[in-house]
Design a protein around this ligand. Structure first.
Ligand SMILES: Cc1cc2nc3c(=O)[nH]c(=O)nc-3n(C[C@H](O)[C@H](O)[C@H](O)COP(=O)(O)OP(=O)(O)OC[C@H]3O[C@@H](n4cnc5c(N)ncnc54)[C@H](O)[C@@H]3O)c2cc1C
Ligand SMILES: *[C@@H]1O[C@H](CO)[C@@H](O)[C@H](O)[C@H]1NC(C)=O
Ligand SMILES: *[C@@H]1O[C@H](CO)[C@@H](O)[C@H](O)[C@H]1NC(C)=O
Ligand SMILES: *[C@@H]1O[C@H](CO)[C@@H](O)[C@H](O)[C@H]1NC(C)=O
Ligand SMILES: *[C@@H]1O[C@H](CO)[C@@H](O)[C@H](O)[C@H]1NC(C)=O
Ligand SMILES: *[C@@H]1O[C@H](CO)[C@@H](O)[C@H](O)[C@H]1NC(C)=O
Ligand SMILES: *[C@@H]1O[C@H](CO)[C@@H](O)[C@H](O)[C@H]1NC(C)=O
Ligand SMILES: *[C@@H]1O[C@H](CO)[C@@H](O)[C@H](O)[C@H]1NC(C)=O
Ligand SMILES: *[C@@H]1O[C@H](CO)[C@@H](O)[C@H](O)[C@H]1NC(C)=O
Ligand SMILES: *[C@@H]1O[C@H](CO)[C@@H](O)[C@H](O)[C@H]1NC(C)=O
Ligand SMILES: *[C@@H]1O[C@H](CO)[C@@H](O)[C@H](O)[C@H]1NC(C)=O
Ligand SMILES: *[C@@H]1O[C@H](CO)[C@@H](O)[C@H](O)[C@H]1NC(C)=O
Length: 572
């Protein structure tokens, strides 16, 4: 069963198969399909080498990270190296320094998997074939020109965190932004914002920015995982943060983008010049409008920050009582979010964990009060719990103490933004929906915030408008199993699309999802991921990338292309 069209009708599959045959025969002539490795049009080694010399030797040929786990053209099997890969495969640190690896196993497609049999082999498969190790604008322009001239798929990649495989592509040349890691602090002053700013190279990781900001007495809006980038898919896709109830979304912080467009132009986009591009990059999704070289964002005065965590289980507790406690917690969220608190919590039908509450300029004592409805309810229901409340003198020290490392490659994802009104007016139906989903074996991950326009200072940008009245960004996951039959993983994704997501959609008619944490097979994804912004975003995409070079699954304009079963892009 193919990767992308697993649930399409047989008729559509048959049509696509016919199209694929046609592509193989006519790809270079009609350019209806991208040139693919093995085709006559694919550059020879000498041609790649020639291209390499035009970019001062910055071309990297992909060597799959887990090559030592198989006998292949890159390495013979090496038990020690392979074991090291297996042990580290769930850590983001194993993947983000690599030029081609990605963290989402569904999109890695077991191309070179450290958990499959030694004899299963290793191919580049869905990983990019080569990358340009970018250190300046000219490298990006050269990569764009080569991909355009040679009709090769192009992918922009930063850390490889993307859950929906947007930073990889079969038969692609990658523009690898990871080594652009300069950080500079500035004073900004215009009619919209006056204060400190941080200019970050495209490769800067959240954790690097937090540390640099801390040294200046500042705090920066970034993700809850310190290895997610800031200027890439995160801020471009909206970006929620432990600081979002205080400052808004990451995309609400942007002041200026430095980019190379799809025609190789080096531009600055801000509120004065190339304003349409500035608007689109600020929330309209990564990997499709231009290649970002750097982002300048607001940096805020640092504040003491309180943290809390709390856990309980369903052991010895009726399921009714267990979910009643969870519903009580959800009902308490509007009040804490309005006080600047951001909450992260996880539950299955058996375990519940707040991990953590973030209270910037809020005290541990106040966090305790916000959780009183929950702790009173737990006492009333005789449910034992453990908790921790602490005051930290900076955001960085809070962050380092309260956020546990996050593993990758452990799940498949779906998501829905739950408006505050649903919690306030229909908490019973919401709890029933969560109960139904988790009782079928899925896990819930929640992020509660107030990222309203008022919180964010009324920015005009492309953030999905659904975020503005959201209380709970709900993420649903099903477990990934590296050694289970592939069909089982497809079945899990179908359960996500056909059962779990509709259960939440029913409660949120015309609702939204966070494009970075959603089901890649979401029906009506244009509306659900981008809302009313879609048509305007598509026009901007076509203006700055008129040759449709930038493609990423579910990105704006991506329906221009249709990936085939082998990953080759053909015109839809
Ligand atoms: C463990 C983990 C924790 C996460 N935590 C959070 C969180 O707290 N908050 C949150 O909002 N999200 C979170 N996410 C989701 C995260 O925002 C997305 O995965 C995001 O796409 C990562 O962006 P990246 O640039 O680091 O990664 P990549 O996977 O490298 O890139 C993602 C997308 O951005 C594009 N892109 C990257 N760099 C550029 C560039 N320079 N110019 C143009 N396009 C570019 C790529 O083409 C791709 O489409 C998390 C994900 C993981 C795996
Ligand atoms: C590109 O050139 C550099 C420097 O000569 C070399 O180290 C690198 O291996 C080359 N890349 C490819 C893909 O040949
Ligand atoms: C990529 O370029 C950086 C410098 O910008 C260099 O430090 C790094 O070693 C290069 N990586 C590879 C794999 O070529
Ligand atoms: C906009 O572009 C003009 C002309 O290049 C330049 O003078 C001006 O400084 C730019 N404004 C901003 C805010 O970048
Ligand atoms: C922090 O909160 C106090 C009172 O709760 C307030 O007086 C102060 O201005 C706040 N500081 C910042 C930087 O928001
Ligand atoms: C809660 O946070 C404290 C302080 O960092 C930590 O010691 C404890 O292990 C955490 N508890 C849980 C369940 O995460
Ligand atoms: C939780 O759900 C799993 C998977 O559906 C099920 O096997 C288990 O019995 C459930 N646990 C409880 C306490 O109901
Ligand atoms: C969210 O926070 C803003 C800014 O503090 C506040 O104006 C608003 O009332 C809060 N609540 C909602 C539902 O937006
Ligand atoms: C993963 O799948 C394999 C093969 O079906 C199975 O033996 C194993 O128990 C599964 N692991 C988990 C944790 O479910
Ligand atoms: C609550 O949700 C249910 C189920 O989706 C729906 O039928 C009902 O109309 C909703 N009630 C309110 C008050 O929105
Ligand atoms: C959903 O959107 C459609 C079309 O914009 C509209 O007709 C309908 O009333 C909306 N439904 C709800 C519940 O908002
Ligand atoms: C994924 O792997 C399968 C099995 O090896 C292969 O048939 C398929 O073409 C691959 N899909 C992509 C998109 O590479």
């Amino acid at each position: 069963m193919g990767l992308y069209r697993s649930a399409t009708s047989l008729a559509v599959v048959a049509l696509a198969a016919a199209a694929a045959v046609q592509c193989d025969e006519e790809s270079t002539a009609a350019q209806d399909c991208k040139c693919f490795p093995g085709d006559d049009c694919w550059p020879t080694a000498a041609e790649w080498s020639e291209f390499n010399s035009t970019i001062n030797g910055k071309l990297v040929a992909t060597v799959p990270l887990a090559a030592a786990c198989h006998d292949d053209k890159w390495a013979s099997y090496d038990e020690a190296t392979c074991t090291k890969m297996q042990n580290g495969w769930l850590d983001p640190e194993t993947h983000y320094p690599d030029s081609a690896s990605i963290m989402a196993p569904f999109f890695a497609n077991r191309s070179c998997d450290p958990f499959t049999e030694r004899s299963a082999g290793c191919v580049i498969g869905t990983y990019v074939q080569y990358t340009v190790n970018v250190s300046e604008a000219a490298d990006v322009a050269a990569g764009i020109k080569f991909a355009n001239d040679r009709n090769i798929r192009l992918v922009i990649r930063n850390t490889g965190h993307d859950y929906n495989g947007k930073s990889t592509g079969a038969g692609a040349l990658g523009l690898w932004m990871h080594h652009l890691n300069d950080i500079e602090f500035k004073d900004w002053d215009d009619e919209h914002y006056s204060g400190k700013a941080i200019k970050m190279g495209a490769g800067v990781l959240g954790g690097e920015a937090y540390k640099a900001a801390d040294a200046q007495g500042l705090q920066v809006v970034g993700g809850e995982c310190p290895t997610v980038g800031i200027a890439g898919g995160y801020s471009q896709g909206g970006g929620h943060s432990a600081l979002s109830s205080r400052h808004g979304m990451a995309a609400d912080q942007t002041l200026e983008w430095e980019v190379v467009t799809g025609t190789g132009e080096h531009l600055i986009a801000n509120r004065e010049n190339n304003t349409d591009l500035y608007w689109a990059l600020s929330g309209g999704g990564g990997g499709t409008y231009s290649v970002v070289l750097s982002l300048t964002s607001k940096a805020h005065e640092d504040v003491p920050t309180a943290g809390a965590n709390l856990t309980f289980t369903s052991a010895g507790v009726s399921q009714d009582a267990y979910y009643e406690a969870i519903a009580t917690f959800h009902a308490s969220l509007p009040k804490s979010a309005d006080a600047g608190v951001m909450s992260v919590w996880y539950f299955t039908n058996e375990t519940f964990a707040i991990s953590p509450l973030t209270g910037p300029n809020v005290t541990a004592e106040q966090l305790k009060e916000f959780l009183t409805p929950l702790t009173d309810k737990l006492d009333e229901l005789n449910i034992k719990y453990t908790s921790f409340f602490g005051d930290f003198d900076s955001y960085l020290s809070f962050f380092n103490n309260m956020f546990a490392p996050i593993q990758v490659g452990i799940a498949q994802y779906g998501g829905r933004l739950i408006p505050r009104s649903v919690v306030e007016n229909n908490n019973t139906a919401l709890t029933d929906a969560y109960r139904s989903i988790t009782t079928q074996g899925a896990q819930f991950i929640g992020v509660a915030l107030n990222a309203s326009l008022a919180t964010a200072g009324n920015p005009d940008n492309a953030v999905n408008p659904g975020w503005r009245d959201t209380l709970i960004d709900t993420v649903i996951t099903t477990p990934w199993n590296f050694t289970a039959p592939w069909e089982d993983m497809i079945a899990n994704q179908e359960q996500m699309t056909d059962v779990f997501m509709p259960t939440l959609a029913e409660l949120t008619p015309n609702g939204s999802a966070y494009l970075n944490e959603a089901d890649f097979r979401q029906p009506d994804w244009k509306d659900v991921f981008y809302g009313a912004n879609y048509p305007k975003l598509e026009a901007i995409k076509n203006k700055y990338d008129p040759n449709h070079l930038f493609y990423a699954i579910t990105a704006v304009g991506s329906d221009y292309w249709e990936p085939q079963d082998d990953g080759r892009l053909c015109k839809a």
